[in-house]
Design a protein around this ligand. Structure first.
Ligand code: ATP
Ligand code: MG
Length: 457
């Protein structure tokens, strides 16, 4: 099938000449004589290339670049301009045009420029095709889980990854937001480029601007040399704004401007620096609530949430636990060298009983702990032990809380105590070979009390 070009040119004579030349070179061409018309066509059709004039009635070709890119994110745009408006052409490139050439040009020149753009496109789609044939090796396969919500998440990742749109990843702590951002990046055309991660929760408010936008030499005392910010470092690649919910309100307008205008200004700098960055944001906070109580800017929220990936908590997809656990245990063997061969069926059963408030990260931490005491395979008893340690670390550690996974402390007190109680009941019954009376003795409670507790659980 021949490649399809969208040509936006208001000069009918010139349009006709180009149309003929391009047809002769074997391209299919659709024409428009106004930018607005071109944008509408780009939205509907599937074009391999857009050629646009700069001087158009109404919206100019330069102004049309961002909406054209939005309408056809995977189509390159080439701008044609008269010598006198070369400045404009440069501006067009800044706004996201792939290339430009100056009028008058020879048909040979046209041929070369168009051919080069098509070649690049062909190569890109070959890379995509290759990637999808290597499906088993595809980055999404690192995301374990075949439950309906996880399948949906994976399908959405594959859909939005190749686009340049901003993605907002939402989910409780430990649900895999960072892993999803890695996958998005790995599946995007920016895969080989820089991938910069910024943890907004770890930056003191007064250093934010410097961190994101950098500074010029002498911008403040101590600024001995100029330093680019994370936006500039991510140029032509991807920027992850992790824990975006922790971004101070005061910085948010600047961030919005940088995302919208694709330009940053260093501290103490006078010229805006163009940056071509794909933004991914992630948070475990409920951003729409934050917008409602005005602690997060609404305009920024809408700008970031062009596509939203919602990661369900593990308790809502418990059917993923067996696969995840097997995967995590295998990883323990290969990365930590812990000699475990897998999980016993009763081990998996025990994992399914728990609600995992710390999600996959908590599951991974717990399995690591259980693997240490396990002999060969992880059994229900290894898990019960690790869970009681996990839910109540202070009871087993002289130092108290330090060194334990923070999610253990995110548990509500009541839930935690109940979990500990349940684990202790199970352990006592196990040691007493199922005798309730002896288990009650072990726990120092009356048989009646023991019976009531068993009923409760
Ligand atoms: N679906 C999954 N398959 C395999 N591993 C996973 C999956 N989800 C999470 N993990 C693993 O769990 C751990 C926690 O994931 P990650 O750091 O991506 O979570 P997060 O949502 O960013 O958490 P937080 O909000 O605390 O930063 C990582 O080691 C990650 O590799
Ligand atoms: Mg994270």
């Amino acid at each position: 099938m021949s490649e399809h070009i969208l040509l936006i040119e208001d000069d009918y004579a010139f349009q006709g000449m180009l149309l003929e030349a391009l047809n002769e070179q074997g391209y299919q061409v659709t024409t428009a004589s106004r930018a607005e018309e071109g944008i509408a066509l780009a939205r509907q059709g599937d074009y391999d290339l857009i050629l646009t004039d700069v001087m158009l009635p109404g919206m100019s070709g330069v102004e049309a670049i961002p909406p054209l890119r939005e309408a056809a994110p995977n189509t390159d745009i080439i701008v044609m301009t008269a010598y006198s408006s070369k400045e404009l052409a440069l501006e067009a490139v800044r706004r996201g045009a792939y290339d430009f050439f100056a009028k008058p040009f020879s048909l040979k020149e046209l041929d070369i420029v168009v051919r080069r753009a098509m070649e690049k496109r062909r190569l890109q789609s070959e890379v995509f095709a290759l990637r999808s044939t290597l499906r088993h090796d595809s980055p999404v396969s690192r995301l374990i889980g075949e439950s309906p919500p996880m399948r949906e998440v994976k399908a959405l990742i594959e859909k939005v990854a190749p686009l340049d749109t901003t993605v907002l990843i939402l989910g409780e702590s430990g649900t895999g937001k960072e892993l999803v951002s890695d996958t998005l990046c790995a599946l995007s055309p920016r895969a080989g480029q820089s991938f910069i991660k910024v943890n907004c929760a770890a930056i003191p408010e007064h250093l934010f601007e410097n961190e994101l936008f950098g500074h010029e030499k002498g911008a403040f005392t101590g600024a001995a040399a100029a330093q680019p910010g994370k936006f500039e470092l991510a140029h032509s690649g991807t920027l992850l704004l992790d824990e975006i919910g922790d971004m101070p309100l005061a910085i948010q307008p600047k961030l919005l401007r940088a995302v919208e205008e694709k330009k940053v200004e260093r501290l103490g700098g006078r010229r805006p620096i163009p940056v071509d960055v794909r933004i991914i944001a992630a948070t475990n906070q409920n951003l729409s609530d934050r917008v409602a109580d005005k602690s997060f800017r609404e305009d920024l929220y809408y700008r970031l949430s062009v596509a939203i990936i919602n990661l369900p908590p593990l308790r809502k997809r418990k059917e993923d636990i067996p696969l995840l656990a097997e995967h995590l245990v295998r990883k323990l063997g290969s990365t930590l060298g812990i000699p475990v061969h897998g999980l016993a069926p009763d081990g998996i059963h025990a994992l399914m009983q728990y609600d995992w408030p710390g999600n996959v990260r908590q599951l991974a931490n717990l399995l690591e702990r259980a693997a240490i005491t396990a002999e060969g395979v992880i059994t229900a008893s290894d898990i019960t032990k690790a869970l009681s340690l996990h839910a109540n670390p202070a009871a087993l550690s002289v130092e108290g809380c330090s060194g334990y996974a923070p999610e253990a402390f995110a548990l509500p007190l009541k839930e935690t105590l109940q979990q500990v109680e349940r684990n202790l009941l199970i352990e006592a019954l196990r040691r007493a070979n199922g005798s309730q009376k002896n288990a009650a003795k072990l726990l120092g409670v009356t048989p009646k009390n023991m019976w009531a507790k068993l009923q409760k659980h």
